[in-house]
Design a protein around this ligand. Structure first.
Ligand code: BYC
Length: 333
C-alpha cells in the first residue's frame, strides 16, 4: 500500500509510488533468479546486483590483459618456432577475452574508459596470480597447466551466471582456456619425459613457485569472503571459493603424478573418507599482501599497463579520425 495516509505531500507520494513499483520489479527479478532464469542488459536489476557484476566482470577483464604481461616476457625466448607460435596465439586470446569481458561490463552502463582508468590508477583489482614473476621457460608451461587450469575450474560455472551477457562471454572464453591448459600440460610433459635433468629441474622449480599462488586464485576462504553469500544467492557465483579450490586440488594432484612432479605441500594426501585430497594451510597473509598491492611484481605490472596505454594513444586517435572521415564521406554520398 502506498497511499495509506491522506496527509502525504506530492514528493512523499511519488517516492512511495516509486518504491512500490520497485518492490514489484525486485520481486519479479528475484523470482526469475530463483527459477534459474537469465537477466539481460535491458532488464530491471537492483543497483547492488549491477555494481557487483561491474566489479567482478571488470576485475576479470583486467586479469586477462594484465595476464598477458608475464607470458609476454617469454615470446622472444621461446625454445622453438612451434612453442613461440602457440604462446603468441595464447597471449592474443587473452587480449580477446579482455575485450569480450569489457564489452559485457559496458552493457551495465560503465564505459571502457572508466574501467581502464580504475585499473591504471590502481583503484581496481586484478587476479593476485599475475603479480608473480616468470623466471624460466617452464613457467610458461606451468601457467598453462595450473593458472589456466584454475581459471577454467572457476570459470566453467560462470557460463551459467545469471547475467546473460557475462555467461555468453564465458562460454567462448572457456573453450579457449581449455586449449591454453592443454598446451601448458603438453609443454611440461615433453620436458619431463624427453628433456634433460636440467629441464626437469626447471619444471619442478616452476611448480614449486606457482602451486600456492594458484590456490589463492580462488579467493579467500568462504568464511572470509565478503561477496560470496550474496553472489551465490543471485546466481552470479554457483560454487564457493573453497569448493572450487578443493575441486582444483583433486584434479591437479593426479595430473602431477602423471607428469612426475611433486607438489610443494607435505600435507597433501588422499583422504579415503572424504574422497578428496587433504592439503596444508595456505598463507593468507601473503595473499592479502599481494591483493593489497605489495606482491613481487605489482608495481612493475601496473607501470607496464600504463605505459602500453600511453604508447597506444596514437592508435586510438587514428582509429577515431578514420571513423570520423568515413562518417563524413557517408553523409556526403
Ligand atoms: N586476486 O568476497 P570475495 C584469468 C578480492 S584468471 C585478487 O571472495 P568474490 C586468466 C575480491 O575481489 C583470474 N583479488 O570476492 C588466467 C574482493 O575484493 P573487492 C581472473 C581477489 O568476487 C590465465 C575480496 O578479495 N578470474 O583471468 O566473491 C591467463 C574478497 O573476496 C582474489 C576471474 O576474475 C584474487 N585471487 O570472489 C590469463 C574470475 N580473490 O572486490 C587470464 C571471476 C578475491 O571487494 N571472478 N579477491 O575489493 C571470480 O570468480 C571472483 O571474483 C573471485 C573472488 C573468485 C576471484
Amino acid at each position: 500500500m502506498y497511499t495509506q495516509s491522506m496527509d502525504v505531500g506530492p514528493k512523499e507520494e511519488r517516492k512511495a509510488v516509486r518504491s512500490v513499483e520497485e518492490a514489484e520489479l525486485e520481486a519479479r527479478f528475484e523470482a526469475r533468479i530463483d527459477d534459474g532464469g537469465f537477466i539481460e542488459a535491458k532488464d530491471w536489476m537492483p543497483d547492488h546486483y549491477r555494481k557487483t557484476l561491474v566489479r567482478q566482470i571488470s576485475q576479470h577483464a583486467h586479469s586477462e590483459i594484465v595476464g598477458m604481461l608475464p607470458e609476454g616476457n617469454w615470446v622472444t625466448r621461446a625454445p622453438t618456432l612451434k612453442r613461440k607460435a602457440i604462446l603468441l596465439a595464447k597471449i592474443q586470446d587473452e587480449g580477446g577475452h579482455g575485450l569480450y569481458l569489457y564489452a559485457a561490463a559496458e552493457t551495465l552502463g560503465t564505459s571502457r574508459d572508466q574501467l581502464l582508468d580504475a585499473l591504471h590508477t590502481g583503484r581496481a583489482k586484478y587476479s593476485s596470480i599475475f603479480n608473480y614473476p616468470t623466471l624460466n621457460w617452464a613457467d610458461v608451461g606451468v601457467i598453462g597447466w595450473l593458472v589456466d587450469g584454475a581459471a577454467i575450474m572457476n570459470q566453467v560455472p560462470l557460463c551459467r551466471c545469471s547475467y546473460a551477457p557475462y555467461a555468453r562471454a564465458m562460454i567462448r572464453i572457456c573453450r579457449e582456456e581449455s586449449f591454453h591448459q592443454r598446451q601448458g600440460y603438453d609443454a611440461l610433459l615433453v620436458m619431463m619425459r624427453d628433456g634433460t635433468d636440467a629441464q626437469r629441474a626447471m619444471v619442478q622449480d616452476a611448480v614449486n613457485r606457482w602451486w600456492w599462488p594458484s590456490l589463492m586464485m580462488f579467493g579467500p576462504p568462504d568464511s572470509e569472503s565478503t561477496h560470496s553469500a550474496q553472489s551465490m544467492r543471485w546466481g552470479i557465483k554457483r560454487i564457493s571459493n573453497d569448493d572450487l579450490r578443493q575441486k582444483f586440488i583433486d584434479a591437479t594432484a593426479q595430473q602431477a603424478q602423471v607428469l612426475g612432479v611433486s607438489l610443494p605441500d607435505p600435507l597433501l594426501k588422499w583422504n579415503e573418507d572424504r574422497q578428496h585430497w587433504d592439503f596444508g594451510p595456505i598463507d593468507w597473509d601473503e595473499f592479502w599482501r599481494v591483493v593489497g598491492g605489495d606482491g613481487p611484481c605489482n608495481r612493475e605490472r601496473l607501470a607496464e599497463r600504463v605505459q602500453a596505454w600511453e604508447e597506444g594513444a596514437w592508435v586510438r586517435e587514428a582509429a577515431l579520425a578514420h571513423a570520423r572521415k568515413r562518417a563524413t564521406r557517408q553523409e556526403a554520398a
